[in-house]
Design a protein around this ligand. Structure first.
Ligand code: BES
Ligand code: MN
Ligand code: MN
Length: 475
């Protein structure tokens, strides 16, 4: 095949690739905020055009219902090649991004992408969505563009389906229905490949074979039917904030284990082999803490597990936000009518997000402070997913990444969540290989999010080589 020509073309056209990525990044496709609906659709169309230019047959399909429309899915397929009989890859990514707040902490406007050089002389593109996930999807789009330019065929003749969604950052609420409505088509895929994860570091490429699941809830404790003077009423009535934090503090025991009954029942214990393999990766927990302004003694979590084990293979619970009463400037004495908290659980196999949400709500109900009542909202989430590390497609991905980087990739897991992976496994039996190019200091979801041009280049080369490897298996 024409791999060398494809790699050469990728090498010589970097400037225009960066310009294309900047054009996509300038579209504020914030899926969670209805104010950005049209810009979100624009980002979908942009991506559809790029795939069409690379020979794919592309549809931009609506999701949700007439009453509650979702953001479109870009679904594309290669015409395929009669000669090709290898694994049919489903490439998944998302074109939506997180909100940019707090905007004042950005050094340049979040949707005016810039390429800047850091102190070490490395170039990075800075914008919301740079690494999560437009920049990573662009590594794939550019590889496809180069294959098409060199061979005249989509994906160089390899059979491929592409699904780019616009609701990942808001919980993929309409994806389950979409996958079930398109199951005939998606069923044809053998394996999913996602570039939406990170590496172990610069020059430490990695393939991720497991991610955690998630269940995200919002709970509100209601007390009096009005805000009250805390002098006249303090001591006479339940204060919903006092009561809420009192109840929530019971979610962890002294070993920092989650106290919900049955929470660990379906958790698959880590094997000694996997623990040993992870220790051999030489991950420096103290250094990671230092990089976020914490001392080594801040290495805390569930007793009996290392930081890596806790992130990759243990379920956890976090309060992500808590509000109630007076939060403005200065002092105001008040007992509020209500208080609420956003509480999430990261899950591992074989925990079920909806079961955990129900058990959390029942646990709260059993602890209702006297005279108060709860309202609950389940924001959804996703199943955990782990992928077998031995398969022809996994080997192809490892080979492609090794050849592109010159380093044997490590096999890692991640504590983050990508709902589609568990969904594809549960509904269609499809495993996912996570081939991502992010770095730990990319500021995912934060101000000054960036994607380094070296990572962009490695991603393009890897996807270009993966096509070649798949072709080799398939004929
Ligand atoms: N790409 C991230 C998840 C991720 C990042 C996984 C780094 C592994 C390494 C994804 O876009 C994300 O932010 N997911 C959310 C969940 C979603 C349901 C909002 C998360 O993990 O919080
Ligand atoms: Mn992502
Ligand atoms: Mn994200």
């Amino acid at each position: 095949m024409s791999l060398d020509a494809v790699l050469g073309r990728l090498e010589s056209t970097e400037a225009e690739q960066v310009d294309r990525l900047k054009a996509w990044l300038s579209m504020p496709s914030i899926s969670t905020d209805p104010a950005y609906r049209s810009q979100t659709a624009e980002a979908a169309d942009w991506c559809a055009r790029r795939l069409r230019e690379s020979g794919f047959e592309v549809r931009v399909l609506p999701t949700g219902s007439a009453g509650s429309p979702g953001h479109p899915v870009v679904l594309a397929t290669t015409p395929g090649d009669a000669e090709y009989a290898g694994p049919h890859v489903l490439f998944y990514g998302h074109y939506d991004v997180q909100p940019a707040d707090p905007v004042e902490l950005w050094d340049s406007p979040p949707f005016e992408p810039v390429v800047v050089t850091d102190d070490a002389g490395r170039k990075r593109v800075v914008a919301r969505g740079a690494v999560d996930d437009k920049g990573q999807v662009a590594t794939f789009l550019e590889a496809m563009r180069a294959w098409h330019a060199e061979t005249g065929k989509a994906a160089g003749g390899v059979r491929m389906t592409v699904l780019i969604e616009g609701e990942e950052e808001s919980g993929s609420a309409n994806l389950e229905q979409f996958v079930s409505e398109h199951s005939d088509e998606l069923q044809a895929c053998d394996v999913c490949v996602i570039s939406d994860t990170g590496m172990l570091g610069r020059d430490r490429p990695a393939i991720t074979y497991g991610i955690r699941g998630l269940t995200y809830t919002e709970v509100t404790l209601h007390g009096p039917d009005q805000d009250l003077h805390s002098g006249l009423w303090g001591g006479r009535v339940p204060n919903p904030i006092n009561e809420l934090v009192g109840v929530l503090s019971g979610l962890w025991d002294a070993d920092r284990r989650v106290t919900l009954p049955g929470f660990y029942d379906s958790v698959r214990e880590l094997g000694d082999d996997e623990r040993a393999q992870w220790r051999s990766l030489g991950i420096d927990a103290a250094e990671a803490l230092r990089s976020i302004g914490l001392p080594a003694e801040a290495d805390i979590g569930e007793a009996g597990y290392t930081a890596t084990e806790r992130e990759w293979a243990r379920p956890t619970c976090d309060i992500n936000g808590i509000v109630g009463g007076y939060t403005g400037d200065g002092a105001k004495t008040v007992i509020p009518a209500q208080a609420s908290a956003k509480v999430s659980f990261r899950l591992v196999a074989d925990q079920d997000p909806s079961v955990v949400a129900k058990s959390f709500f029942a646990w709260l109900e059993a602890r209702t402070p006297r005279g108060c009542r709860w309202t609950f909202h389940d924001h959804g989430g996703g199943l955990p997913a782990t992928t077998p590390t031995e398969s022809p497609a996994m080997q192809a991905a490892r080979d492609a990444l090794r050849d592109a980087s010159g380093v044997e990739p490590s096999l890692i897991r991640s504590g983050g969540s990508i709902p589609v992976a568990g969904l594809l496994k549960a509904s269609l039996g499809i495993d996912t290989i996570f081939v991502g190019f992010g770095l730990e200091d990319d500021r995912v979801h934060s101000p000054n999010e960036k994607f380094e041009l070296d990572c962009f280049r490695l991603g393009r080369r890897t996807h270009a080589r993966l096509v070649d490897r798949l072709w080799a298996i398939g004929r």
